[in-house]
Design a protein around this ligand. Structure first.
Ligand SMILES: [Ca+2]
Ligand SMILES: [Ca+2]
Ligand SMILES: [Ca+2]
Length: 252
């Protein structure tokens, strides 16, 4: 009697130990998956080219298949469509802590654009998350100003990030990427509130382990809000795809 009781106890102990070990394993694997997130591929860099002013083609996640980046308004709110059909907007690229901090502020907006800023052949993402002006006064609340260097994962995270050094923390209303000097390294065109309904134009260039921004033209005095949207500056500057549709004849 007592021996069968002790056998039952022993069996129960063993089952409890196995169940605990299994639960611990599930916990560790789940934690690993939640911490690691998606990983980029390791394919060599592919061509980066523009189909038109609003569509850039590049292998964002380095899986050997080209993806498309579409920025309808050309203000810095692009949508990435991966070769497999999955899509992601740049606002997803903000880290958890940045999203958490933004919860406490009103009128926060994300702006981002893609270009190869460090010239290594992989497309990079420049990302801003800042607060709208209060009336005419600029808020000094810029939670995110960073560059994610490619290859990027499918959630637009990356193993290597750098700071975009900005003189002010006011609202960034638009960003675009160009390569005005055709040196293979993209410049970041930034339009930032300077208060009283005006915006300053800054140009960011790769500098050490990040990007440094400087006023584009000290004499210009900037733009009234939104005036910069008419500028032609943009992705076509990074090179046109060989199969890009020809612009329609406009006639004379
Ligand atoms: Ca791809
Ligand atoms: Ca790059
Ligand atoms: Ca350049």
């Amino acid at each position: 009697m007592s021996s069968s009781l002790s056998r039952r106890r022993e069996r129960r102990r063993r089952y409890t130990a196995i169940a605990s070990a299994a639960l611990a394993l599930i916990g560790v694997v789940g934690w690993q998956l939640s911490v690691m997130g998606p990983e980029p591929g390791s394919h060599a860099p592919m061509e980066i080219c523009a189909l038109n002013n609003t569509t850039l083609r590049a292998d964002v996640d380095a899986d050997g298949h080209q993806d498309e980046i579409y920025d309808k308004t050309r203000e810095g709110d692009p949508l990435v469509t991966f070769a497999g059909g999955d899509t992601v907007r740049v606002e997803k690229a903000r880290g958890r802590w940045q999203k958490f901090r933004g919860v406490w502020s009103d009128d926060m907006e994300t702006r981002g654009t893609f270009g190869d800023f460090d010239g290594d052949g992989y497309i990079d993402l420049a990302l801003f998350y800042s607060q709208h002006d209060t009336g005419d006064s600029p808020e000094d609340n810029m939670i995110t100003h960073e560059v994610h260097y490619g290859p990027l994962a499918t959630d637009l995270s990356s193993a290597r990030t750098g700071t975009i050094r900005m003189p002010y923390g006011s609202f960034v209303s638009g960003v675009r990427a160009t390569d005005l000097n055709h040196d293979g390294r993209a410049e970041l065109q930034i339009f930032q509130s300077s208060g009283d309904g005006t915006e300053r134009h800054y140009v960011g260039r790769q500098d050490g382990d990040g990007i440094s921004a400087a006023v584009f033209d000290q004499e210009s005095g900037g733009y009234t809000t939104g005036e910069w949207r008419r500028l032609k500056l943009g992705w076509l500057d990074l090179g046109k795809c060989h199969d890009a549709p020809k612009p329609k004849a406009t006639g004379r």
